[in-house]
Write a protein that binds this ligand. Sequence first.
Ligand SMILES: [Zn+2]
Length: 200
Amino acid sequence: MQNIKVFDDCVHELSRLPGVGRKTAVRLALHILKIKQDQAYKLSEAIKKLKDNIKFCKECGAISENEVCPVCSDENRKKDVICIVEEAKDVFFIENTGRYFGLYHVLGGKISPLDGIGPGDLSFDKLTKRVHNLNVKEVIIATNPDADGETTASYIGKILQNVPDLKITKLASGIPIGSHLEYADEITVLRALENRVGLI
Ligand SMILES: [Zn+2]
């Protein structure tokens, strides 16, 4: 294909999205060219609004319209229980059960030596501080049940094991190995939450 700068620029930006290779980026750019003007503008407007209006909660790291998310600012939530998840989107899967009333902590990923992600890249320091400052009585580890998720869970167990009177639990293995919270239905997540087991 001849070089068309505007087209190439769009392909370049799309290919920077996670999971989008150059081939897919070309297909998406061509698709955007084919759709109606207003539909394409809606997409770009939605991205702009997302960037302008949504941020990560400064307490827990969840997605929020305000500095502090609705969960952290809710007086009725239990402040001494923290559910630890990998990504901000995982908060929704636990919230959807409607049966969890504690706080969250978003790590921002998981320890993954193959991807070059070590403990220093994730919010463990902040987690330790929150556990101390909020006088937390239980942390529920809800990392995904794959190899990296398990490594991350053990690491959390290690850094928090000496905190006095802290119960460290982990979601029960109701979620099939290797699958993620987002692929489990609400009942499965709820069951995993209710049947959580002690880590150590
Ligand atoms: Zn929050």
